[in-house]
Design a protein around this ligand. Structure first.
Ligand SMILES: NC(=O)c1ccc[n+]([C@@H]2O[C@H](COP(=O)([O-])OP(=O)(O)OC[C@H]3O[C@@H](n4cnc5c(N)ncnc54)[C@H](O)[C@@H]3O)[C@@H](O)[C@H]2O)c1
Ligand SMILES: [Fe+2]
Length: 388
């Protein structure tokens, strides 16, 4: 491997229970008087939400709430949010929520800076020129999964194409993140489990990408260790501050690590999510062991090191068994049949997975036929022979 790379360490994060109380002061400190809060209807109805708005008002900041964000936001959500931003004369976006609220808020800020169609920003490097700088974004996650709060990307569904599009601009990196465990207490057990598996998939796939990025690799290993310590506890004991705090950290760390790239778990997860409307973290969780087994020839040594760091005996096999046991304890199914994926859809899903932008980063080359093999194994629930 060539010892060469571009490394980014992201934004300032205020981590700790109760630190949402510092939001208004931080907004004041950057001189903003008018803010748009972006969230979804579920999060807007949570008990802590009115206090956030009140805190801003008490600091003399005029805050308007835009909450018409779909799960897996669509372009119409972003454009409606832009209209609210403009009507309010907002100077910044405060994005609060899971990946959907955060991605929509970040995309509204992007839309405020350009008259181009947003699709022009689909993973385009360098990004097209803006009309003006993207307004400041503060990001406050209420799920511990996507890590969008520390990312420069958003995922917006193009309803005309029936496809999730990744928009990218370096200025979409939030200026400030608040990781407050208390905001995640209300997340139900299933969503805690699924979003946690998304965080695990980010740390794991990033670690497995064959590139020189010791910064990301160190973060990814520690992210996985935190998930091992805390995901089950967060599911079984939802007000456990330590477990919730560690999961928020692990989610941010996963997205920090995946600047290195992801892999076939995400490549396969995206078309299944788009076609069968299953939660992104759930599809990742179901697929994870099959992709690990397929990638084994390329990652066996690296995963053995991870196993050691996580105090798991048995090298690669020990790690795979831990994933299987964790999945079972979280009630995540063993087959994609449980997500209603059918045999007839496998050719389409394999072709889409091959085209996914994450595929070239998978540690073992995966063409359409390989993607179909992994899908067939995941449909049958059979892990044997994938590594050949
Ligand atoms: N930008 C990125 O880098 C990135 C990475 C991975 C995934 N994503 C995107 O993120 C989205 C998924 O995000 P998600 O998994 O966080 O789910 P989500 O944001 O869609 O939220 C799921 C549900 O949980 C509810 N919820 C959120 N926080 C809650 C809380 N504290 N208590 C109770 N309910 C709560 C929401 O109201 C919503 O109904 C997808 O669109 C996915 O494509 C983005
Ligand atoms: Fe993900």
């Amino acid at each position: 491997m060539e010892l060469k790379g571009n490394w980014r360490i992201p934004t300032e994060s205020l981590a700790g229970a109760g630190r949402i109380s510092e939001l208004a002061g931080r907004v004041r400190d950057i001189g903003v008087k008018r803010a748009l809060i972006v969230t979804d209807p579920g999060v807007a109805a949570l008990p802590f939400f009115p206090d956030i708005v009140k805190g801003l008002e008490e600091e003399g900041i005029a805050a308007v709430v835009f909450k018409d964000v779909h799960p897996d936001p669509i372009l119409d959500d972003v454009m409606a949010g832009l209209a609210a931003f403009t009507a309010h004369g907002a100077e910044m976006v405060i994005a609060i929520g899971g990946g959907s609220g955060l991605d929509c808020g970040k995309s509204i800020a992007l839309a405020a800076a350009t008259s181009r169609p947003l699709w022009d920003f689909e993973i385009s490097v360098p990004a097209p020129a803006l009309d003006r700088p993207i307004p400041p974004i503060f990001a406050i996650p209420t799920t511990a999964g996507t890590g969008s709060e520390v990312g420069r990307a958003t995922v917006i569904t193009n309803t005309a194409l029936g496809r999730k599009i990744i928009l990218l601009h370096p200025q979409m990196l939030p200026w400030l993140v608040i990781l407050d465990a208390e905001l995640t207490f209300g997340l139900p057990a299933n969503l805690t489990a699924w979003t946690g598996m998304d965080a695990l998939a980010h740390n794991l796939e990033a670690f497995c990408v064959p590139a020189w990025h010791p910064v990301a690799d160190g973060i990814a290993i520690e992210g996985m260790r935190l998930i091992k310590q805390s995901l089950l506890a967060a599911v079984n004991d939802p007000r456990n501050v330590a477990a919730r705090s560690k999961m928020l950290a692990a989610a941010s760390m996963g997205a920090t690590a995946f600047q290195k790239g992801l892999g076939a778990i995400h490549s396969l997860s995206h078309p299944i999510g788009a076609k069968f409307h299953a939660h992104h973290g759930l599809t990742n969780g179901v697929l994870m062991p099959y992709v690990l087994a397929y990638n084994r020839p390329a990652i066996e040594g690296g995963i053995a090191e991870v196993a050691q760091s996580l105090n798991l005996a048995g090298g690669f096999d020990g790690f795979l068994q831990w994933v299987l046991d964790l999945r079972a304890a979280l009630n995540i199914p063993h087959t994609i049949a449980a997500l209603n994926v059918t045999e007839e859809s496998l050719d389409f899903l394999a072709a889409e997975a091959f085209l996914d932008p994450n595929t070239p980063d998978n540690p073992r080359a995966a063409d359409t036929a390989a993607m179909r093999r992994i899908l067939a194994a995941a449909l049958a629930g059979d892990l044997s022979g994938l590594d050949s």
